[in-house]
Design a protein around this ligand. Structure first.
Ligand SMILES: Cc1ncc(COP(=O)(O)O)c(C=O)c1O
Length: 444
């Protein structure tokens, strides 16, 4: 492979995802990674960076946890790949059973996929198939939410609500999708610590959409319990409960997209447990195996699966799946991850870090251009006023200043997001936010 530093031809050849390709290829100092361990990356220049977003919200247990590394290495000595269709591999079944055991009561089955986007599209297909099999084939509509992020499949972008991810593909969106309003209102909730007290009433908008479309046309509502990718938008107190009530009353499935919130980020296995609201399906990815090997999945209520188990027994019941569903390497990494979550007190550790992150993040109030700070368990975001006519540029400058000071943040629009590793120490979280303070000041 040679040097880790790409030459010009190599730089040109790679079309980077969700990246300003032209800018990156001109300004990539401190942005090429060479090594990862624990809560840190090292760049090709040898500089150490604190990983303030756990990769992309996926490596909560820190990079290259020895137990996960060992599990994947050992896996390569037994089974590399096993066909996902019409053949079985015991550890995949065992993993499904473990995940069901971690999920809220009533969940019965896990369907494995390779990413959050696939998990979302899979859950949408399950919803359609469920209603159709039950004799309610008119339930074809999906309700998403403004500012929602559900990956990049055609299902996910249709129910998603981040404009830039949608506008180029408008002609190919699923039809019959509607959106709830997002719950962010800076006048009512700027600088709130944790869940805002204002906003539960916005869930009643679902009743308005039901009145407009009629419940008999709606298959499912999909929301992130906490909206992560749009910049940590925290659900108002009582909001998710109200969505649940309305869905139940109207025979509509409720899907929680827990791609970011699943497996520890909320100090519980799932956000459903943290918020005390049980959906009918949970999508997950990222944290399930600490981001080590691509994996995602859908956890479905048992009666949903049971409903779909119809037709002749020798026939396939659900025409869906991926070549790499339940890939043995991903499964091995997931078992090791769940072992660590179960035995190393990770949820408790996350809970103990929540007040540290909350205090540290909110201490940035009053810094130049800071217009909001939000936090939800081990996630936080600082929103900056955009530079006039150049949205996103201020956060980019802060991001670059922070790299110089040894912290890798994630920026989206003019929002800096933090989702630090669960294994961070309180001092590391305080240092991370001090670096953010210095970087905000330096960026001007
Ligand atoms: C809530 C949510 N859903 C879906 C996705 C898409 O996941 P992936 O990038 O693995 O397809 C993400 C990614 O951040 C996410 O945050």
């Amino acid at each position: 492979m040679g040097s880790l530093e790409p030459n010009d031809r190599e730089l040109a050849a790679y079309w980077m995802p969700f990246t300003h390709n032209r800018y990156f290829k001109q300004h990539h100092s401190r942005r090429m990674l060479a090594k990862a361990e624990g809560a840190y990356y090292w760049t090709t220049e040898g500089e150490k960076l604190f990983d303030a977003l756990s990769g992309l919200w996926c490596c909560g247990l820190g990079h290259r946890h020895p137990k996960i590394v060992e599990a994947v290495k050992q896996q390569l000595d037994s089974v590399d790949y096993s066909p996902a269709f019409q053949m079985g591999y015991g550890p995949t079944f065992k993993l499904a059973e473990r995940i069901v055991g971690m999920a809220p009561a009533g969940m019965g089955q896990v369907f494995f996929v390779n990413s959050g986007s696939e998990a979302v599209d899979t859950s949408m297909k399950m919803a359609l198939a469920y209603h159709r099999t039950k004799g309610e084939a008119s339930r074809t509509r999906f309700i998403g939410r403004e500012r929602g992020y559900h990956g990049v499949g055609f299902g996910g972008i249709s129910v998603g609500g981040m404009v830039a991810n949608r506008k180029m593909y408008a002609s190919a969106m699923l039809t019959g999708v509607d959106h709830l309003p997002h719950t962010y209102n800076p006048k009512e909730m700027a600088f709130t610590k944790g869940e805002p007290t204002w906003g539960a009433h916005l869930a009643n908008e679902l009743e308005r959409l039901i009145a407009l479309h009629d419940a008999s046309t709606i298959a499912a509502v999909i929301v992130e319990p906490m909206q992560g990718s749009t910049g940590v938008i925290v659900p108002p107190k009582g909001y998710l409960e109200r969505l649940r009530e309305i869905c139940t009353k109207n025979g509509i499935l409720l899907i929680f997209d827990e791609v970011i919130t699943g497996f520890g980020r909320m100090g519980t296995h799932f956000a459903a447990q943290h918020f005390g609201v049980t959906p009918d399906m949970i999508t997950f990815a990222k944290g399930v195996n600490n981001g080590t090997v691509p994996m995602g999945g859908v956890i479905a209520r048992k009666d949903l699966y049971d409903t779909l188990m119809t037709g002749p027994e020798h026939a396939v019941e659900f025409f869906h799946g991926y070549t790499y569903s339940g890939h043995p390497l991903a499964v091995a990494a997931a078992h090791a991850t769940l072992d660590i979550l179960a035995t190393e007190g990770i949820n408790e550790r996350v809970k103990s870090l929540v007040p540290v992150l909350e205090d540290a993040a909110h201490s940035l109030k009053g810094e130049p251009n800071v217009i909001d700070i939000r936090n939800c368990q081990l996630a936080a975001a600082v929103e900056l006023a955009p530079i006039e006519g150049k949205p996103g540029l201020r956060a980019l400058k802060v991001f670059e200043e922070a790299l110089k000071r040894g912290v890798l943040f994630r920026f989206t629009g003019d929002i800096l997001a933090m989702g630090p590793p669960f294994i961070s120490t309180p001092d590391e979280l305080r240092r991370m936010t001090e670096v953010l303070r210095e970087s905000i000041r330096a960026a001007g």
